[in-house]
Design a protein. Structure first.
Length: 163
């Protein structure tokens, strides 16, 4: 973990969740500045309803990432894969992005969403099929998708019933 040097096992982290959002980002990236508040909103709004959000910091120092998370008010767990820009083409993040046709230079943010019930029980391969967003999440679409995957009614129906 970026905050406390603890190791996080994704299988253990995802256990008992309905949906996991993994957000790869570089703290200096302007696109991350747009997505960070939305990722935090999803975490706050849905973590009690089965969503787990975890960030993976790329291409910046741990200290810079910690400062960025604090400045943006990010409270979901964040781990790191690389801590310098020179690692760009040496990360699994880079390999994953290329495998799914993401042609962006840095790939921040890059989102993977998957159902933990489809995870493999052991081995190096965690999951074979996942939903991918090459770039920032489109808020309305992403929230609708998360609600559907969690088995929640659309927000428009929820709002109408409470009026």
């Amino acid at each position: 973990s970026v905050r406390d040097d603890a190791k996080i096992n994704l299988r253990d982290f995802a256990k008992d969740k309905k949906l996991v959002l993994v957000v790869y980002f570089a703290s200096w990236c302007p696109n991350w500045k747009h997505e960070a508040p939305f990722a935090q909103k999803l975490h706050e709004k849905y973590s009690g309803k089965g969503l787990a959000v975890i960030g993976v910091s790329e291409y910046d120092t741990i200290d810079a990432t910690r400062k960025d998370l604090q400045n943006k008010g990010i409270t979901f767990p964040v781990v790191f894969e690389s801590d310098s820009r020179e690692a760009k083409q040496k990360t699994t993040h880079y390999e994953y992005r290329k495998a799914v046709g993401d042609t962006r230079n840095w790939g921040s943010p890059w989102n993977i969403i998957f159902s933990p019930k489809k995870m493999k029980k052991d081995g190096d391969v965690l999951i074979e099929k996942a939903f991918i967003a090459n770039g920032e999440l489109i808020e309305a679409e992403a929230e609708k998708f998360v609600r559907e995957q969690l088995g929640l009614k659309p927000e428009s129906e929820t709002a109408q019933k409470s009026q």
